[in-house]
Unconditional design. Structure first.
Length: 160
C-alpha cells in the first residue's frame, strides 16, 4: 500500500471515526502491531470506557473564580471566567468616552465660529465609539482564542 487510507482487496472496509480511520485489522480480527486501541487506563483520573466501548473523557470539576484564583497548580484558569465582565466594563467605558466627546462637540458648537468644528466632533463620536469597540473586541477575542487553544491542547494531552 502506498497510502494508509488505501486498502487491499482482502481487507474489510474501514469507516473513519471522529479522530480518523480505525486501526488496520489483520485477517481473523487481530490488530496490526503497534496500533493503539483506546481502553481503560490505570490512573484514577484517566478516561473511562462505557459498556458500548466508547471513550468518555474524565469529568473535571469546575472551580469558581475564587477557587481558580487560589489554584497554585494553574489547572483552573481565571481569565476565561472574567473576560465577559471585562468586555462589558470596557464597552461601558467606551460608551462613556463617546458621550463625553459628544458633549465636547456640543460645547464647541456653541462657541462663536465653532459650529462647523463642533458638528465634525459630533459626527465623529459614533465612528470613534465603533473603532474603540472593534479594537476592544479584537483584543478580547485574541485572549479567548489563546485560552481555548490551551484548553483544547489539554484535552488532547489527556486523551493520549
Amino acid at each position: 500500500m502506498t497510502h494508509p487510507s488505501e486498502r487491499g482487496p482482502s481487507e474489510p472496509p474501514r469507516t473513519p471515526g471522529p479522530y480518523g480511520p480505525p486501526p488496520l485489522q489483520y485477517p481473523g480480527g487481530q490488530q496490526q502491531p503497534g496500533s493503539h486501541v483506546p481502553g481503560p487506563r490505570p490512573s484514577m483520573t484517566g478516561p473511562q470506557v462505557q459498556q458500548s466501548g466508547e471513550w468518555v473523557p474524565p469529568q473535571k470539576t469546575e472551580k469558581g473564580v475564587l477557587g481558580a484564583l487560589f489554584d497554585a497548580n494553574f489547572n483552573h484558569l481565571v481569565t476565561p471566567k472574567l473576560i465577559k465582565a471585562f468586555y462589558l466594563l470596557t464597552l461601558l467605558l467606551i460608551t462613556l468616552n463617546a458621550l463625553i466627546v459628544l458633549g465636547f462637540g456640543l460645547w464647541v458648537m456653541g462657541l462663536r465660529n465653532g459650529w462647523f468644528l463642533g458638528l465634525l466632533i459630533i459626527l465623529c463620536s459614533p465612528v470613534v465609539w465603533l473603532f474603540e469597540a472593534l479594537l476592544c473586541r479584537l483584543f478580547m477575542e485574541a485572549v479567548v482564542v489563546r485560552f481555548k487553544s490551551a484548553e483544547h491542547l489539554r484535552v488532547i494531552k489527556d486523551k493520549l
